[in-house]
Each structure stands twice: as C-alpha cells, then as structure tokens.
Design a protein around this ligand. Structure first.
Ligand code: ZN
Ligand code: ZN
Length: 119
C-alpha cells in the first residue's frame, strides 16, 4: 500500500430524469460531460463488448438512464430504460469517455488549419 494514488474520483454525479447528458464533477475540479449515447455505446460489459479486447462503440439500446450507482470506490454502474444494467464504468474509463470541450477530440478547434508563411 505504498503507492499513492492521486486518481480523480467523481464528487458529484448529475443525471436528472429526462436529460440526455450526464454531468460529473471530479475531485480534481474537472467538469465531465457524458452524453447518454456515448455512455451506452461504450458500455463496458461483456455482452456489449464481446471478447475482442478492444473497446468499440455499439449503437442501439435505450438511452434513457434510469439509475446510477457507485460500485465500491472505483466505479459506477448505470441502468438503462431497457433493463440493461451490467456495465461497470471504472473511473479511469469514465474519464476517457468525457466529451467536455477540453477532452473532446473532435472539438471545434481550428488547429487543422496550417499556418501558411507569407511568400
Ligand atoms: Zn452493456
Ligand atoms: Zn472532460
């Protein structure tokens, strides 16, 4: 137990009924944004992800989030409107799924525009 973990953990999970996005406040101050379609599509359970070993997006299924429960002190589990509730999202995985402007890889940045030197 000598390894000190500074891993962030959720301090507040906001998933109001009828919303299509879940918000998580993290212990390091990060404001996570989690569209239900992302959470459901990347459900980490064996039924959704199979045995390929790589995480893939799977569309379909209910996007109505009916319950959020913490699992130990390392993960949360989500229950969906169609009864699917086997996904256990550990905190590291959750951080990867974050779609806030800071984390989102396909943000509306103009970084792909090359700087053309004057000729
Ligand atoms: Zn699943
Ligand atoms: Zn983020």
């Amino acid at each position: 137990m000598s390894i000190q973990k500074t891993r962030a953990r959720p301090t507040k999970i906001k998933a109001p009924h009828g919303a299509s996005v879940m918000h998580i406040d993290w212990s390091d101050g990060h404001k996570g944004v989690y569209p239900h379609a992302i959470l459901r599509g990347y459900c980490p359970c064996a039924e959704c992800q199979g045995h390929s070993g790589t995480i893939k997006f799977k569309s379909g299924g209910s996007l109505e989030l009916v319950d959020v429960a913490t699992v130990g002190n390392y993960a949360i589990s989500l229950a969906w409107g169609d009864g699917h509730n086997t996904g256990i999202y550990n905190f590291d995985y959750l951080r990867m799924l974050c779609r806030c402007p800071q984390c989102s890889p396909e943000g509306d940045s103009d970084d792909s525009m090359p700087d053309l030197p004057g000729v």
